[in-house]
Design a protein around this ligand. Sequence first.
Ligand SMILES: *Cc1c(COP(=O)(O)O)cnc(C)c1O
Length: 388
Amino acid sequence: MTYAAGRHFLQIPGPTNVPDVVLRAMSAATIDHRGPEFQELGKQLLNDIKPVFGTTNPVVIYPATGTGAWEAALTNTLSPGDTVLSFETGHFATLWQEMARGLGLHVDFVPGDWRHGANPEVVAEKLAADTAHRIKAVCVVHNETSTGVTSRIPEIRAAIDSAGHPALLLVDTISSLGSIDYRHDEWGVDVTVAGSQKGLMLPPGMSFNAISDKALNAAKTACLPKVFWDWGPMLTANERGFFPYTPSTNLMYGLREALRLLYEEGLENVFARHARHAAATRAAVRGWGLEVLCQDEREHSGALTAVLVPEGIDADKVRAVILDRFDMSLGAGLGKLAGKIFRIGHLGAFNDLTLAGTLAGVQMGLTLAGVPADPRGLQDALEHLQND
Ligand SMILES: *Cc1c(COP(=O)(O)O)cnc(C)c1O
């Protein structure tokens, strides 16, 4: 590898680009996590993290990636042999239900085509049919990062309510929190799972559970084994700003700074910025004459766009050409989409010209890789940015 001048374009849908101010904040000296200075930081963060989830309830912070927070959501609320309802929206939904099975839960996994979100009508049907209330939780991935499809959580909540069913609602927002509109309290979510390295603009290594009163109550009788993930000791220590084991102190410095950036811009503006960049990206894809993977206008992701490459072309070859020639990383097709799509991440620390550069690199790379792409695509995106 020869030296690549300028900044690498990290346009995968997570980990995302970490702003310089966040990196600088993280370079401060690590402090005693049982001392008074940390206690102030802990108290402040455990409080300041709440608005980004749209909650006034407790949010716990784990020194772990998102996968750990998935496990925490399941083990704190459920018991061996419980049934959960989940939806095959893509790779991450598939992994989460595999984890649930591995933990000793039964999973009713509704098949999907990886081009749509979880279907609220099916939620209503499944729950109405479950008169014995065997289903204890409905698990939904809000933004399916492998497909660029965002499930409609308020409609899923309404479906659960219309069936009059007591199941908990567990939602993975690992790639939507801080980039797509999300409201834990207002939407009646019981556990919201999130991670540091996507919309929150931090490096990997920290994850979250926002917890409703109903979930706190379920935790009292849930008996799946848990030790590291146990909310009990965590919430007790958190009351005083502390943690039951060593927290990711330097990531917490970064989180303080990242939250400051998000709240300074205003969450509404953050969501609008992402939606606008997503719309401009779709304009480019359609202008190139290619197809966006998501098939429902109501479910386009604000955080990333998955692009189908024409039959007979290896999407990974397109990505390799773009990395080699333009020093830009794009997301690969995961699971059954391997080689069929590439994913453009447009979330986190991101602006109009980052998008323009990203789309220019994609357009040139498509052409170099032998994919017929109408150069009209980039022009359409620029017009969208210029006029909207
Ligand atoms: C990234 C991601 C995960 C996995 O998180 P890790 O931090 O890699 O453990 C799970 N779900 C979704 C929706 C994701 O985007």
